[in-house]
Design a protein around this ligand. Structure first.
Ligand SMILES: Cc1cc2nc3c(=O)[nH]c(=O)nc-3n(C[C@H](O)[C@H](O)[C@H](O)COP(=O)(O)OP(=O)(O)OC[C@H]3O[C@@H](n4cnc5c(N)ncnc54)[C@H](O)[C@@H]3O)c2cc1C
Length: 364
């Protein structure tokens, strides 16, 4: 049995992006529990890149990912409208204040601007913030390209190889999976919703990473959406929606239901809540719910990603807690993790990224 330099547990966006970054420098084993990579959160996202999404603590990773996503051809301009109802201007005020120092181009718009962006918007929606930089991301292409870069650089990908337990002895992890045993000098936990379970199976202290269910419904509506429709997000956090091909709409109630790791399924009540909210906002007729799905967004207690060696085991590396931003932050997060692992972490990491903000040691 050969001993890999690094074993990465989980081949979603996190594991695949890190495998691609490490592959030219280290021997890498990528272990995935499912039949194929990307079955869980990565395959279920709303596929947008929005700099403000996730808050100011996440934004440096999102902003720093832009060039690589854009250069790779994964982005399509969309624009985001953060929308508030009624005469209460406090929501938009607070939102703008939160990002005042961020460098994100955010413009306050009133009723006239909102009407120009959203056909048949109902009365009462009079306050908004326009985030021009928002983009759609081609998630499947990004994930596939990370996996093919990894394979081209000799990463060994094993599917149906869920980690069951692992032991560290004499400088080496022995990893027991359904597909047999493997050895590696460093173990990376990129198991998404299962991150705490993987830590426990490795006798490492879990970090209270909580999976929260998020629902999306694909609707056929009248009038059909056009490509010009922006991503529309309620500033009160009660919904978001964006157009999809063929005049369809993707709609979410922005739900965050705590759940256990697993194959998340949508609940009818969440779909109904989303549609009811949509109908408060626009005069659009919902013709049919064509498709619905749910996925897990997994958060550390402070809702920032966890990137760095475990405090209680320096050969166990956390790459988890990607919450609702694991696609849009993938290039910069993988870069940060790879630099740590390759021993290059330091102030030269540059931009506004502060590695300590994401280090597991913040929970000690
Ligand atoms: C509805 C929804 C909308 C979203 N919209 C966006 C968006 O617009 N933009 C954005 O940036 N992000 C979005 N996200 C968040 C994004 O999808 C996640 O942050 C990202 O996919 C997390 O990637 P991951 O690799 O950490 O997790 P996952 O994709 O879940 O991958 C983890 C993998 O680990 C595997 N695994 C688990 N346990 C084991 C084990 N013991 N052994 C081996 N393998 C194991 C799992 O099978 C899984 O494949 C959204 C998420 C949801 C659910």
């Amino acid at each position: 049995m050969s001993c890999f330099d690094v074993a990465i547990i989980g081949a979603g966006m996190a594991g695949a992006s890190l495998a691609a970054a490490l592959a030219p420098h280290r021997s890498v084993l990528l272990l995935e529990a499912e039949d194929r990579p990307g079955y869980h959160s990565t395959g279920r996202s709303a596929a947008f890149w929005t700099e403000s999404y996730g808050g100011p603590g996440v934004q440096p990773l999102t902003s720093a990912s832009y060039d690589r996503l854009s250069d790779g051809g994964y982005l399509t301009p969309r624009g985001a409208l953060h929308l508030a109802e009624g005469a209460d201007t406090a929501l938009a005020d607070r939102f703008l204040q939160t990002f005042a120092e961020s460098g994100i181009a955010l413009d306050r718009i009133g009723r006239q601007g909102i009407e120009a962006l959203v056909p048949r918007i109902r009365d009462g929606w009079t306050d908004g913030v326009w985030e021009a930089s928002c983009q759609d991301i081609d998630v499947a292409a990004l994930h596939a390209d990370y996996l093919s870069t990894a394979r081209a650089n000799n990463v060994a990908l094993r599917c149906r190889a869920g980690l069951q337990r692992a032991h560290f002895r004499a400088g080496c992890w022995t990893i027991e999976t359904k597909a047999g045993s493997f050895e590696a000098a460093l173990l990376v936990n990129a198991a998404g919703a299962w991150a705490d379970r993987v830590a426990e199976a490795c006798q490492v202290r879990p970090l209270a990473i909580q999976p929260l269910r998020r629902t999306i419904a694909q609707l056929r509506i009248d009038p059909p959406t056009t490509a010009a429709l922006p991503l529309i997000l309620g500033l009160d956090g009660s919904f978001y929606c964006k157009p999809d091909a063929g005049g369809r709409l993707w709609l979410s109630p922005h739900d965050e239901t705590p759940t256990v790791p697993g194959d998340a399924a949508p609940e009818e009540v969440d779909v109904a809540r989303a549609i009811a909210r949509l109908q408060d906002v626009v005069d659009w007729r919902v013709e049919v719910v064509e498709h619905r799905w749910a996925g897990l967004r997994s958060f550390a207690p402070d809702r920032l990603p966890v990137i760095g060696p475990a405090s209680d085991h320096d050969r166990f590396f956390w790459f988890a807690g990607q919450g609702g931003f694991g696609i849009q932050t993938a290039p910069a997060a993988a870069d940060l993790a790879a630099r740590y692992i390759l021993g290059e972490a330091g102030p030269e990491l540059g931009r506004q990224i502060e590695p300590a903000a994401y280090a597991p040691a913040r929970f000690d």
